[in-house]
Structure formats: structure tokens, C-alpha cells
Design a protein around this ligand. Structure first.
Ligand code: ADP
Ligand code: MG
Length: 655
């Protein structure tokens, strides 16, 4: 299995390398070589953009900066320093990759920028880089830079074959890197970041490192493709390099093809480039931006998931429509050149693929395409022994040790002076009225938030300053009050991801097999192939538990995992919690239903207004007058708000 993709890439490389010689022998005009070189340039650009922006969802408008740095590196080193073209390639990759890392550091470390704010930052980068290049005399100086023909062009029969071969090599490199990333742990980490970044971080995904790797790959490959661009145009100007054309084209190409798949940008690049090339050749250059804009509008409104998934829904119809259109135009030969026919055939194929399809089928294809042919050989790792018991070395000290912990949000004191210990093997019920700070405590213990004061130790380590993914590796896992699954992955892969980045990581194929054990434990085995959007709330809550367990935690924080369930479902969930506890995992159970807490907990901690009001054995604590007062107050408030809480009932059962 593992050899196949490599062989595939080698075969494509041989075919691409053969093109110039075949073209010569068959007497095909050199124009086709120029066309192919152009297509290859865009394949490399779009694919490089997609590694960061498609896989991780961090939309970047900064492609022109990476590409421009690459182009100017080649131009300056060849044109002014008289260095060989091949020397400029690694320099360009390092400089553009370095710029990308700087942008990444600013965006991801200095501030945690997301969404539009990240896009805005990247938009600003070319605006800063361009004038620096323009006013620096030894780079551009406002006069442009002449790029000579590389010496090596003689060896392959001329400038055009040389340009084509270098473009093809860089495109192949880009696609190869995109393929390798998609099929690696890194790719799955990036997908998880795109779906729900804080959740991924909490499950042990080193999000900062993965984002930096992705942006570095985007920058370096974008820079390499820029080197070819410098050769192609022969004379660089700041205006010609730093416009909005490159960033807009790469976005439209990737979105059109499909951002979740390594081949998507290639497909989009070929279609858009062919269309644009034909419009320009027909004298409609001015139209090409209009067409591009309209394609983007249509995509955003009608088909945000792009062509790949839609073609996968009805491949035969799309291929038939394309071939029939091409054949009809070729046979009648009333109009145009073969490239014109190709462009029209592509439009016909795309039109067929955009005919209405049920959303669910497209979503299913997206999921299927994302995990095509796992490269991990069967039998790797040791899935059979994944086991459900925590892998942690039993230590005598408490697992959670909070001393005088406080947390404020602006003026709000969510927690004040909480001192609390949870020992290995306990099942602690954490109760308290709404707003008493339960979720805040879960967020602190899992590392998502930092304490404003006090110290918090997990398994003996102070968590101040430790990122959540490392807290996860210390042995803390949590679920969310409102389930937050990775929506683009199947139920099984949600769990497999947690295993891949957990405390006993396994490679993809082994993680997928081990995931089934965790799903069975919570009773979701039969839904392994479903998508999270297709299962009900109860099942989503159970998925939260299975995914948290898959990291092999020492302590599991369940934040109202039973909220909103029917009585039958509550009973089922109670059995699951018991089973998890019996397997050796310490549990902190945040729960509204006191009946459930009384059944399960070995100890109850009551929070009220950010303080520990009482703690001890369930029966005793519930009789504590201050607890009764706090609860009756809250029950009265619940009734007033029209949501009669179960508190009174639970209190009665506990008393
Ligand atoms: P519980 O889970 O017990 O219902 P929370 O821990 O969610 O309570 O909230 C405790 C208090 O802290 C509430 O007043 C809530 O509004 C506030 N709070 C919690 N998280 C934040 C936040 N991220 N920003 C501002 N206020 C918050
Ligand atoms: Mg809460």
C-alpha cells in the first residue's frame, strides 16, 4: 500500500518529463509547452496555498508576498549577482518560508488570530513587502529587474522546455508535499484545527507547531513557484508581482477544486487557468476577472465544497459530458483550437457536476475523499492492546490539586479561592447552581484557561504556562457541555484523531481500529461510519466521552454530559460512566441531576458563586443547610425562568 503513491508520483513525473521530447517529435507547436508550464505554475501556487488555508482553514490573502519574495530572489541573484538559477531556488524557499514563519509567529504566538482577523493580517503583508522591495536600490529600486535566461536551458533544448520542466518539477513537489501532509498525523491535526481548534488542542494536538509547519510549507513552495515566474516574465516589476491577482486566483482555484483534498487545487488550477488562457487568447482578457468573480460568487452561494466531491457523486456523467462536448466540437471543427474545445469541455463537465445533489451525499463524499487510501500499513503499532485502562503510572499524590485558585473575567469573579484535591480513583460529583463556576473550573484544570491567582497542579506538575495539549499529555481529558465534534470526520475518525495525538499515540490505521474499542465501550460501535451531524444529542454526548477516553486520560472531566437527555438515555449514560470509572479512570462529573450524582459520586463538591460551599459524602453534603439554601434559591430562580430544574427532586432523593 505504502509504495503505491510513490510509484504513482514517479509515473506522473516520467510522463511530465517526457512531454518536451514527445512534443518535439510529434511536431506539436511549442505553444502547448508554454500553456502547460503556465498550468504547472498555478498548480504549485494553489496547492501551496491550500496546505495552510485549505487544510487548517486559516484563510490567507498573503500568497503574493511569498510568491513575490521567491520571484525577486531569483531575479536579484541571477540578474544582479550573476548566480546560477538552481542556486536561487533554495534561497527563495528559505526566504519565503522564513517570511511565512514570521507571519505565523505574529499571528499564532503573539496573538491568537483567527478567521477574518488572520485574513486581514495576511492581506497587509504584501502591502508591506512590496514598497520595501520597490525602494531598496539593490533589490528593485523602482526600475524593475531583468532576469537572464538560465545557462541550463541549453541542456534541455531551449528556454521553453526548461521553463516547463522546472515548473513541472515544482508542481509535482507541491502536490507531493500536500499528499504527504494529508496522509500524515500532521494533516489530521490540521483538519481538526479547521473543525474545532480549541477542542483539538485539548485533545493533545500541538496546534501552534502544526500551524507553523503548514504556513512554512505554504511560504516555501509559494516562493519556489515564484522563481519560475521570474524566468517566465523575464523582467520583474513590483506592480507585476504584488497585485491581487495571485492571491485571488489561488483562492478561487482551491475553492473550486476542493480544499479538503490534496488534488483539489490542481483540478481547480487546471480549469481556471485553461478558461483564463482561452479568454485572453480570444481577446477577452478583460473578461477573465469577471468570470473569476462570478465563479467565486457561484461557489460561495451554491457549492462551497468545490468540484472534487461533486464529481465523486456522479463521475461518469461528468466525464461523459466533457468527452461528448470535446468530441462534438472536434468533429464539427467549426470553431476554435483544441485548447478552446478543452476549455468548453471542462465548463460542460463542471456544469453537470454542479447540477443539484442532496447536501448529504456531497458531505459524505467529502468525508470519503478526506481519508482516501490510508498510507499506514496494517499491523503497525499494537492496536489489539490499545486497552482502555489509563496508561499513567499510578502516583500516590493527588491528580488534581488546586490551592486558592481564582479566575476573573473582566469584573466577574467566576472562581475565588477554590482549594480542592482529587485523588486517583475517585468519582467526584461537582455540583452547584448555574453560573457557580463549574465550567470555569473544568476549563482551568484542562489548561484551556489560566488561573488569575493560586496554583493548580495536575499529577504533580504546575500547569501555569503549559499549553492545553501538554496538559492533555499529563493525563487530563474533558467533554464539552455542548458537544463539539470534528464535523468533517466520521464518528470513528473523531476518536481515531484523539488516539493519534493522545498519551499512547498510534498511527492512523491502528488508531482507527483502536477507535472501535472506545466506541464500543460507550455503545456507539454501530455508528462508527456516521458523520457527527447525522447522530442525535445523546449520541454526540457519548462521542464526546469516547473521544476524551481515547487520549487515555488519568482523569476525565465530564461537563454536564447528561444534560438534555431523556430518563432512559440518562440511565444508559450512567452505566457508561460507571464502566469508564471501573476501567480505572478518575472522573470529575459536573452534573445538574442530583439523583445521578448521588448514584455515582464517591464524593460531592458543591460550588456556589465561585467558592467551594461544601464537600463530602453525597448524603451528608445534601443535608448541609447552606447547600439546601443555595439550591432552593436556584430552584426558585429556575421555576421563575420557566425551567423547572431537577434540583428539588434531586435534593429530595439525596436527603
Ligand atoms: P457554570 O458552569 O457553573 O454554570 P461557568 O463556569 O460557566 O458556570 O460561569 C461562571 C461565571 O463566569 C458566570 O458568571 C459566567 O458568566 C462567567 N464566565 C465564564 N466563562 C466566561 C468567559 N469566557 N468570559 C466571561 N465570563 C465568563
Ligand atoms: Mg457550565
Amino acid at each position: 500500500m505504502r509504495g503505491r503513491p510513490v510509484l504513482g508520483f514517479l509515473a506522473v513525473a516520467v510522463v511530465l518529463a517526457a512531454v518536451p521530447w514527445v512534443q518535439d517529435a510529434l511536431g506539436v507547436p511549442v505553444f502547448y509547452l508554454v500553456f502547460l508550464a503556465g498550468a504547472m505554475f498555478w498548480v504549485a501556487q494553489a496547492t501551496s496555498w491550500n496546505i495552510l488555508s485549505g487544510y487548517s482553514g486559516y484563510f490567507s490573502f498573503g500568497q503574493a508576498a511569498f510568491f513575490g519574495v521567491g520571484a525577486y530572489t531569483t531575479a536579484v541573484l541571477m540578474g544582479r549577482q550573476k548566480l546560477d538559477f538552481f542556486v536561487t531556488l533554495p534561497v527563495a524557499a528559505v526566504l519565503a518560508g522564513g517570511l511565512a514563519l514570521l507571519v505565523g509567529w505574529l499571528a499564532f504566538r503573539l496573538r491568537s488570530l483567527r478567521g477574518e482577523i488572520f485574513a486581514l493580517l495576511t492581506l497587509a503583508i504584501p502591502f508591506i513587502v512590496a514598497p520595501i522591495i520597490r525602494i531598496t536600490p539593490w533589490i528593485d529600486g523602482g526600475q524593475g529587474v531583468q532576469v537572464p535566461v538560465p545557462a541550463a536551458a541549453r541542456l534541455v533544448g531551449g528556454f521553453q522546455p526548461f521553463l516547463y520542466l522546472v515548473s513541472a518539477a515544482i508542481a509535482l513537489l507541491a502536490v507531493g508535499v500536500a499528499y504527504a501532509i494529508q496522509h500524515s498525523r500532521m494533516g489530521w491535526g490540521l483538519f481538526a484545527i479547521r473543525d474545532a481548534e480549541p477542542v483539538a488542542e485539548g485533545l493533545g494536538v500541538p496546534t501552534f507547531r502544526l500551524k507553523m509547519l503548514a504556513i512554512a510549507a505554504t511560504g516555501a513552495i509559494g516562493g519556489l513557484a515564484g522563481c519560475v515566474f521570474a524566468l517566465q516574465v523575464g523582467f520583474l516589476t513590483v506592480e507585476g508581482v504584488f497585485g491581487l491577482t495571485v492571491p485571488l486566483f489561488v483562492i478561487v482555484m482551491s475553492v473550486l477544486g476542493g480544499r479538503y483534498h490534496w488534488l483539489g487545487p490542481t483540478l481547480g488550477a487546471v480549469v481556471i487557468f485553461t478558461l483564463q488562457n482561452r479568454l485572453a487568447a480570444g481577446g477577452f482578457e478583460g473578461l477573465s476577472l469577471i468570470v473569476l468573480g462570478m465563479v467565486l460568487v457561484a461557489l460561495v452561494l451554491l457549492a462551497p465544497e468545490g468540484l472534487m466531491a461533486r464529481i465523486a457523486v456522479r463521475p461518469l456523467a461528468v466525464i461523459a459530458a466533457s468527452i461528448a462536448t470535446f468530441a462534438a466540437l472536434a468533429i464539427s471543427s467549426a470553431w476554435g483550437t483544441p485548447l478552446d474545445w478543452l476549455a468548453v469541455a471542462m465548463v460542460a463537465g463542471a456544469a453537470v457536476s454542479f447540477l443539484p445533489v442532496p447536501r448529504r451525499r456531497i458531505a459524505r463524499e467529502v468525508t470519503r475523499l478526506m481519508d482516501d487510501e490510508p498510507t499506514v500499513a496494517a499491523g503497525e503499532g499494537d492496536p489489539g492492546m490499545a486497552g482502555l485502562a489509563p496508561s499513567g503510572q499510578a502516583s500516590s499524590g493527588p491528580i488534581i490539586e488546586a490551592s486558592d485558585v481564582a479566575r476573573t473575567f473582566g469584573g466577574i469573579q467566576a472562581l475565588r479561592g477554590v482549594t480542592l484535591r482529587v485523588a486517583e480513583g475517585e468519582l467526584v460529583g461537582l455540583v452547584g447552581p448555574n453560573g457557580s463556576g463549574k465550567t470555569t473550573l473544568v476549563n482551568l484544570v484542562s489548561g484551556a484557561y489560566r488561573p488569575s491567582a493560586g496554583t493548580l497542579r495536575i499529577a504533580g506538575s504546575d500547569v501555569a504556562g503549559i499549553p492545553p495539549h501538554r496538559v492533555s499529555h499529563l493525563g487530563v481529558a474533558r467533554t464539552y457541555q455542548i458537544p463539539r465534534p470534528f464535523e468533517s470526520m466520521t464518528v470513528r475518525d473523531n476518536v481515531a484523531l484523539a488516539i493519534m495525538f493522545g498519551r499512547a499515540p498510534l498511527p492512523l490505521a491502528a488508531a482507527r481500529r483502536a477507535a472501535l474499542e472506545h466506541l464500543d465501550l460507550v455503545g456507539l460501535g454501530h455508528l462508527a461510519g456516521a458523520r457527527p451531524s447525522g447522530i442525535n444529542l445523546h449520541e454526540r454526548q457519548l462521542l464526546e466521552m469516547a473521544r476524551a477516553l481515547a487520549t487515555r486520560p488519568r482523569v476525565l472531566l465530564l461537563d454536564e454530559a447528561l444534560a438534555g437527555l431523556s430518563p432512559v438515555e440518562v440511565d444508559a449514560a450512567v452505566r457508561v460512566v460507571r464502566r469508564i470509572h471501573a476501567s480505572g479512570v478518575t472522573i470529575v462529573l459536573v452534573e445538574h441531576l442530583l439523583r445521578v450524582v448521588n448514584q455515582l459520586a464517591t464524593r460531592v463538591v458543591v460550588l456556589d458563586q465561585g467558592r467551594v460551599l461544601a464537600q463530602g459524602a453525597p448524603g451528608e453534603v445534601m443535608r448541609d443547610p447552606s447547600v439546601v439554601a443555595a439550591y432552593l434559591g436556584s430552584a426558585a430562580a429556575d421555576v421563575a425562568a420557566g425551567t423547572p430544574g431537577a434540583n428539588a427532586e434531586g435534593l429530595a432523593a439525596g436527603a
